[in-house]
Design a protein around this ligand. Structure first.
Ligand code: GDP
Length: 403
C-alpha cells in the first residue's frame, strides 16, 4: 500500500480529484471540533503524531482552543469509490470585522460545509457566512452538528430528530434561495435524501446521511441504543459510534460527491471572482484550469510562523504549474522573485514538492513582502498587464500572526 505522502503526490496531479473547501459556521457551532475529527478520522494525524506526541499535541490543542489551532490550511486524503481524493480544508474566518479576509479566503475555496448546531439552529452568523460564500460562487453542503444532544439532553425520538433536521434543512435552503447566484437558484439547495445533508456529532466522531443509513442499514434507533448502552463510558461510546457511523467517511463522501472540483468550479467562478478579460490568454487558461498555461496564483493568507519566524503564504494556483526555481512576478508589489520552495499540505504538516499544478492549494515559505491578496504571475509576456484579484486597498489589512 502506498504511503500517505505517495498518495497525496499522485492525487495532486489529478485536479478532478481535488476539493478545495472551507467550514463555515456560527461561532461555537463546532467548526474546530469538526476539523479535528475529520483530520483524525481520515487518518491524517495518526501517522505523524503517534503515541505520546499525539497526546501532547491534543493537550496543547485543547489549551489553545480559543486561538487558531492550525495554520491557514490542512489537507486530507480520502478514498471514495476506489479512488483517492485530496481535500484541502482552508480556514475562513467567521467574523464580519475581518470581511476583507473572509472574502479573500473564500476565493480559494469552491465548496463549503455549513455547520449548524442541532439545538441552536440557524444563527445570525450562519446567514452572514453563507451569504459571503454564495456571493463568491461557493457551493454549500450542510452538516448538522451536536445531534448527540438530541439524544442525551432533549431525549427526542428518532422521528422527532428527523423532524427537527427537516426544519433546519428548510431554513438553510431558504437562505440558499435568497443568496444563491442567479444561475444556481434552485440548483444549490441541500437535500436530505441525496446526501448533501449529514447530521451527527463532531465531538463524538459520528455522522449519518440518508444514503449512508440506507447502504449500511443504520438507523437512529441503533444510535440511541449505543448511547444508552455506553452513556457512562464516553471513550467507549466514541469508539462504538466511530465504528458504526464514522464522521470522516460520511462527511468526506458528501464533500466529494456534492462539492465541485477546481476543474468544474473555475468555469463558472473565474468570471465572477476575477475582473479581467475572460477571452485573454490568462482568462482562458484560468477558465480551463490549464496547467500548461500562464501561471496565475492568488495569495489568500499570510501568517508568521512562531518557531521559524518565516512568512508562510497560502495560495491557490488558478492556472499554470509552479515549480521550484521559477521566476515569477508579484503584481501588487511590482517585483520579480525566484520561487525557492513550493509546499503542499499533508494533514497539518507542510511537505515540499518540486512543482504544483493549477487547482492546488500551496504554501510559499519565506517570501518577504508577500501580502494577502497578492496576484502572482509567470510565463506571460507582460506580467504588469495582467488583471489582479484584488485592488491595492486591501494592502493595509493586518497580517494575521499564528499564535
Ligand atoms: P467553533 O467556535 O465553531 O470552532 O466551535 P468549537 O468546535 O470550538 O465547539 C464549541 C463547543 O461546542 C465546544 O465546547 C465543543 O466541545 C462543543 N461541541 C462541538 N461539537 C460538539 C458535538 O458534536 N456535541 C456536543 N455536545 N458538543 C460539541
Amino acid at each position: 500500500m502506498a504511503s500517505l505522502t505517495e498518495r497525496i503526490l499522485q492525487v495532486m496531479n489529478n485536479p478532478n480529484n481535488i476539493r478545495n473547501i472551507g467550514i463555515i459556521a456560527h461561532i461555537h457551532h463546532g467548526k474546530t471540533t469538526l476539523t479535528d475529527s475529520l483530520l483524525a478520522g481520515a487518518g491524517m494525524l495518526a501517522e505523524e503524531l503517534a503515541g505520546e506526541a499525539m497526546f501532547t499535541w491534543w493537550h496543547e490543542t485543547e489549551r489553545q482552543r480559543e486561538m487558531t489551532v492550525y495554520g491557514a490550511a490542512v489537507s486530507m486524503v480520502h478514498n471514495y469509490e476506489n479512488q483517492d481524493y485530496l481535500i484541502n480544508l482552508i480556514d475562513t474566518p467567521g467574523h464580519v470585522e475581518f470581511s476583507g479576509q473572509v472574502t479573500r479566503a473564500t476565493r480559494a475555496i469552491d465548496g463549503a460545509i455549513v455547520v449548524v448546531d442541532f439545538v441552536d439552529g440557524i444563527m445570525p452568523q450562519t446567514e452572514t457566512v453563507l451569504r459571503t460564500a454564495l456571493k463568491e460562487y461557493v457551493k454549500p453542503v450542510l452538516f448538522i452538528n451536536k445531534t448527540d444532544r438530541a439524544i442525551t439532553e432533549l431525549k427526542l425520538s428518532p422521528q422527532q430528530i428527523m423532524e427537527r433536521i427537516g426544519k433546519i434543512v428548510i431554513e438553510v435552503n431558504r437562505l440558499i434561495d435568497k443568496y444563491s447566484p442567479p444561475e444556481f437558484k434552485g440548483k444549490w439547495n441541500v437535500n436530505v435524501n441525496d446526501g448533501s445533508v449529514a447530521f451527527g456529532s463532531a465531538k463524538f466522531h459520528w455522522a449519518l446521511s440518508v444514503p449512508f443509513m440506507k447502504k449500511y442499514n443504520v438507523s437512529f434507533k441503533d444510535v440511541i441504543e449505543i448511547y444508552n448502552q455506553f452513556l457512562e463510558d464516553k471513550e467507549k461510546l466514541k469508539e462504538e459510534m466511530r465504528k458504526k457511523a464514522p464522521v470522516a467517511k460520511v462527511v468526506l463522501d458528501m464533500v466529494i460527491r456534492h462539492l465541485p472540483s477546481p476543474v468544474e468550479a473555475q468555469k463558472y467562478r473565474i468570471p465572477h471572482i476575477w475582473k479581467g478579460d475572460i477571452n485573454s490568454d490568462v482568462g482562458k487558461a484560468m477558465l480551463n484550469l490549464d496547467s500548461n498555461g500562464p501561471i496565475v496564483i492568488n495569495v489568500t493568507n499570510v501568517i508568521i510562523d512562531k518557531v521559524s519566524k518565516q512568512e508562510i503564504a497560502t495560495a491557490r494556483i488558478f492556472s499554470g504549474t509552479l515549480s521550484k526555481g521559477d521566476d515569477v512576478y508579484l503584481i501588487q508589489a511590482g517585483r520579480q522573485i525566484k520561487i525557492q520552495q513550493v509546499a503542499i499540505w499533508k494533514g497539518i504538516q507542510r511537505i515540499n514538492v518540486d512543482s504544483a499544478k493549477a487547482g492546488n492549494i500551496i504554501a510559499l515559505v519565506g517570501i518577504k513582502g508577500l501580502y494577502p491578496g497578492e496576484t502572482i504571475v509567470g510565463k506571460v509576456q507582460d506580467p504588469k498587464s495582467v488583471e489582479t484579484f484584488e485592488e491595492m486597498r486591501h494592502w493595509l489589512d493586518p497580517v494575521v500572526t499564528k499564535s
